[in-house]
Design a binder for this molecule. Structure first.
Ligand SMILES: [Zn+2]
Length: 173
């Protein structure tokens, strides 16, 4: 396993629609393992393949917050939202591609998602709470959408300017 560099916004690869995955090859399995390791190392609760520069429909997540509880690493290929609740939830979201910036985003409180697992089989599950927010945030990444796209233009531009500055400082270091 290895830790992959995470792309920082703004980056054209974060704005692209990712391609569906075909057969789950050992290479894709290895990529999913690397993404999980990268996510835990960051640390974060979700990571989508475009964030490590791979434009494939793959995301990983683990929203278990209780440090005492066993981890629940999940790998979702070709995830699709099959149902959303009318009730919504507002969470203060962040993103590994937009470090240290947080903002409230309103999304459906509950979703059903279908996906292909590492086993090559189709799965479907309902998510609520933080899991629901996380899976929607990550699926957005596969469609070239970031959580700041839900914010008012002024706030979005402010965050983007901060990221441009951060990237410039990182490049100099
Ligand atoms: Zn994100």
């Amino acid at each position: 396993m290895s830790i992959k560099p995470i792309l920082i916004h703004p980056d054209p690869r974060l704005k692209k629609v990712a391609d569906p995955v075909g057969i789950i090859t050992p290479e894709l399995g290895k990529l999913a393992e690397d993404m999980l390791e990268t996510m835990y190392d960051a640390p974060g609760i979700g990571l989508a393949a475009p964030q490590v520069g791979v434009l494939s429909r793959l995301l990983v997540m683990d929203c278990v917050k209780d440090a005492e509880a066993p981890p629940r690493p999940m790998v979702l290929f070709n995830p699709e939202v099959t149902w959303t609740s009318e009730a919504t939830n507002t969470y203060e979201e962040g993103c590994l591609s937009i470090p240290e910036q947080y903002a409230e985003v309103e999304r459906p409180a509950e979703v059903r998602v279908a996906w292909t697992g590492l086993d090559g089989k189709r799965h479907e599950e309902a998510f609520d709470g933080l899991w629901a927010t996380c899976v929607q945030h990550e699926i957005d990444h596969l469609n070239g959408k970031l959580f700041i796209d839900y914010l008012k233009p002024l706030k979005r531009q402010m965050i983007t300017r901060k990221m441009v500055k951060l990237k410039r400082e990182k490049a100099r270091a």
